[in-house]
Write a protein that binds this ligand. Structure first.
Ligand SMILES: Cc1cc2nc3c(=O)[nH]c(=O)nc-3n(C[C@H](O)[C@H](O)[C@H](O)COP(=O)(O)O)c2cc1C
Length: 173
């Protein structure tokens, strides 16, 4: 059986922690957890089934110069990559209260790049049960992946992850 490649960034925060939880729920033996900081397109090509984990850190909120984060460095390489034989699921960390108008925007930006690169995206999630104002991750009325808010709704993370894993596991394994 082919393993799932779970690529996440940054290291050491909520995206990392939720990545570990997803791997645990799928079964750690089926998942390789790989920080995007250590990944190249060569690493990606080893996997037919991929999960991407990304947080949204809106640039408009930064003071001064923006330093490139792990995803800023990795994302451009995806545009050159052919995802046509890959199944991809995305989860995104965000804050639905402080950034209600930009909730998990970067999950949407990543999804758009993957769709342009011909990926098959799985794991869409209904916006029901989330409160927010707007999100680039909403495509045709559904979230293009799993939004997680560890800042204000951490008590919902476990059940959200469990339901999502039930949904994607049969498609990825
Ligand atoms: C400077 C800054 C900007 C942020 N901008 C957004 C945003 O635009 N949209 C959003 O949903 N969350 C935003 N967040 C919330 C983070 O995405 C959230 O805290 C997330 O859990 C961080 O994950 P990480 O620890 O893996 O980086 C922002 C957080 C910070 C500190």
């Amino acid at each position: 059986m082919n393993k799932i490649g779970l690529f996440f960034g940054p290291i050491g925060g909520s995206t990392n922690r939720v990545g570990k939880l997803i791997a645990e729920k799928i079964g750690n033996e089926f998942v390789d957890l790989i920080p995007v900081k250590e990944a190249t397109t060569e690493t990606l090509s080893k996997y037919d089934n991929i999960i991407f984990g990304i947080s949204t850190l809106g640039r408009e909120t930064w003071d001064g110069e923006h330093t490139k984060n792990d995803w800023d460095v990795f994302m451009p390489s995806l545009e050159e990559f052919d995802f046509s034989d890959k199944k991809v699921a995305i989860y995104g960390l965000g804050d639905s209260v402080t950034y209600a108008q930009f909730f998990v925007d970067h999950m949407g930006i990543l999804a758009q790049k993957l769709l342009n690169a011909k990926a098959t995206l799985i794991g869409k999630v209904s916006p029901e049960g989330y409160s927010f104002e707007d999100s680039k991750a909403l495509i045709d009325g559904a979230f293009i992946g799993l939004p997680i808010d560890e800042d204000f709704e951490d008590y919902l993370t476990e059940e959200r992850v469990s339901a999502w894993v039930e949904q994607i596991k049969p498609e990825l394994l």
